[in-house]
Design a protein around this ligand. Structure first.
Ligand code: COA
Length: 245
């Protein structure tokens, strides 16, 4: 109920589906007039000629402008204040084309007949005037690609977690949990240690020293707690008072 009644982005998109249909049927004035009414109601201006894919989401919405020849793929998100604008009045393709899964941050301006690749992210308040490759993140004015350092670190952690049989289900980029952060640090440390060990083993092998194959044991996550208690007890690390209680 809340979504149906209090999400201007939803109203604007539903209205656009009708307006685009009218536009295709060449009912230009009616389509334009209805899109004007929807703009008045929602603060979101989508030209009826714009082609928009499935599951398009406009968050907050106020101040969003989508130009006539814009093309938006599936699963894209725009935040408030985004402009998909043109840089000329010529009656040609003059607005951007967004691939699938593109996110455009609040206040960003994407200008001209440029292509924003699948999965790209446009930082809030940036001004993008050139093509953006798939998966890239662009920020600033004019928009430039930033190296996804976080994504790289995340990938390495996931690889390391997989190697040691650890389930990295909880480790996302957005995670601010201190325990998850500690696990991230351990995985980073393990990664470096692993790289060094591999290097040493290669050097040893080159020098004719056979160290054999070493298997990394998998972690049994289900019985992790039991094992830890058992191991601690066996190793005598549980304080006497705790053992007796
Ligand atoms: C661009 C964006 C997607 C990057 O997210 P990320 O992958 O987590 O990247 P980071 O936060 O690690 O930032 C990477 C670098 O870009 C910078 N940066 C991030 N967003 C920026 C922006 N909008 N403008 C300028 N610089 C930005 C960071 O300071 C960092 O710089 P550094 O490498 O010098 O430290 C994100 O910052 C963004 O703008 N998202 C839009 C969110 C939005 O509009 N929300 C509205 C909610 S109402």
């Amino acid at each position: 109920m809340e979504v149906l009644t209090a999400y201007p982005g939803l109203h604007a998109v539903v209205g656009h589906r009708l307006n685009h249909w009218l536009w295709d049927k060449k009912w230009y004035w009616l389509a334009r007039f209805l899109s004007h009414l929807i703009r008045w109601l929602t603060g979101i201006e989508i030209h009826p000629g714009a082609k928009i894919g499935r599951r398009f989401f406009i968050d907050h919405g106020m101040g969003v402008v989508v130009g006539e020849t814009s093309v938006i793929g599936d699963d894209c998100t725009l935040y408030q204040g985004v402009t998909l604008g043109g840089t000329s009045w010529e009656k040609v393709k003059r607005h951007p084309t967004l691939g699938n899964n593109v996110v455009v941050g609040a206040g960003a301006k994407v200008l001209g007949p440029i292509n924003i690749g699948d999965g790209a992210r446009v930082g809030s308040n940036s001004v993008v005037v050139k093509d953006v490759p798939a998966g890239a993140t662009v920020i600033g004015i004019p928009g430039h690609t930033v190296k996804p350092r976080v994504a790289e670190a995340h990938l390495k952690r996931a690889q390391m977690a997989k190697r040691i049989g650890f389930d990295a289900y909880g480790l996302t980029r957005q995670m601010s949990d201190p325990v998850a952060h500690a696990v991230d640090c351990i995985l980073d440390h393990l990664h470096v240690t692993d790289e060094r060990l591999t290097f040493i083993l290669e050097k040893l092998a080159q020098s004719g020293v056979d160290v054999g194959e070493l298997e990394i044991p998998e972690i049994d996550l289900e019985h992790l707690g039991d094992d830890a208690a058992g191991d601690a007890s066996r190793a005598g690390t549980i304080p006497a008072a705790e053992k007796n209680s």
